[in-house]
Ligand binder design. Sequence first.
Ligand code: NAD
Length: 415
Amino acid sequence: MEEISPLAVARRQLDMAAEKLNLDPNIHAILREPARVMEVNFPVRMDDGSVRVFKGYRAQHNNAIGPAKGGIRFHPQVTLEEVKALSMWMTFKCGVLGLPYGGGKGGVVVDPRTLSKGELERLSRAYISAISPIIGPEQDIPAPDVNTNPQIMAWMMDEFSKVKGGVTYPGVVTGKPIIVGGSLGRSEATGRGCVIIIREAAKRLGIDLTKATAVIQGLGNVGGATARFLAREGVKIIAILEIDGGIYNENGIDPEDLLAYREKTGTITTYPGCRPISNEDFFALECDILVPAALENQITPANAPGIKAKILAEAANGPTTPEADEILAEKGVFLTPDILTNAGGVTVSYFEWVQNIMHYYWTVDEVNARLEQMMVEAFACIYRMSQEYKVGMRMAAYMYSISRLAEAIKVRGWA
Ligand code: NAD
């Protein structure tokens, strides 16, 4: 089967919502392309003295409502198309939560596992220096994504500050360590938000979380935190799929213990008390909640027909192809879309940026309470819209977000 590119998926989703909304064709055309894209090729000195030239991108999809906002990914399969798609999804995600941002996304084509810590630092600095002309606290604010973390954000903030003449700019990136302006609660915010959305969905569907089971693909930043918060809600996690294999235990897996085990051994596959599970069997498991928290295009027409979960909570960006979407809708799976489900991360990134600008910092309870309120309200709003227009949650989220953007584009006089 031909793999559909994330950009084609993002555009298809936009087109479908545009049609339902009867969107002005000029506004539709504006939203189909990122407003600005930068490709950079930058040298990095390796530990052995050689120089390697890396390729990176930054896409800024739209700034009708505010500066671009979105993560930076380090991955060997990063492409310009993928970065563009991810920047589009960021615009729509910020719209769903009502954040004063447009979407941005960046990436470097690299497998960071092949780099030493020094090489990783030099690469992070060189990339941010290369894209520095188009980023800044009022222009475009990057954040962590796949394979980037608070330490990398700290190097990037430091490098940007140096490039700009030594003034410290904490608000240029979010997801920083607390000591240099990070927000309390940011590191687990995406997972926390996912679980708020799952909880709200479960309420509407009459599912008791203390009796529910879940399976999670990808135990990284998002999947790991989602697993921990789900377990705290009383959900039994019966399977986890990682890049090097999956594990299953019908009696439940303790995520805290599993994460500690992986920290020691580097893998989940040998975790005691579990049996291995194939990729194929994982998606066909009998369970209440399926959480894809790895990468795009994981749920396709090949595995969608076998899915038995009642709720599919898209923690990853773009995990479900449009064809799989249709299959799931026919099966009656309640899908909570990525642009709502994983928006907890960008919401607390927004809080971090606000705190950086104010130079006044909130307690973790304040951060979590504000996140809770915004996610619950966003879910209720999108759910209402889906009922009113008799459309799925993804379509409702797009319709809501695009309506706001269209209004901003109109009043700014762009179309
Ligand atoms: P991460 O790198 O911390 O974790 C990804 C995990 O998925 C890793 O453990 C990796 O081994 C695993 N994985 C990769 N390919 C896999 C495969 N084929 N099968 C099973 N597991 C696989 O990244 P993350 O930050 O947790 O991001 C995960 C997803 O969530 C991405 O789609 C990202 O764009 C999205 N997201 C992240 C954030 C955030 O705050 N970090 C916010 C919103 C959305």
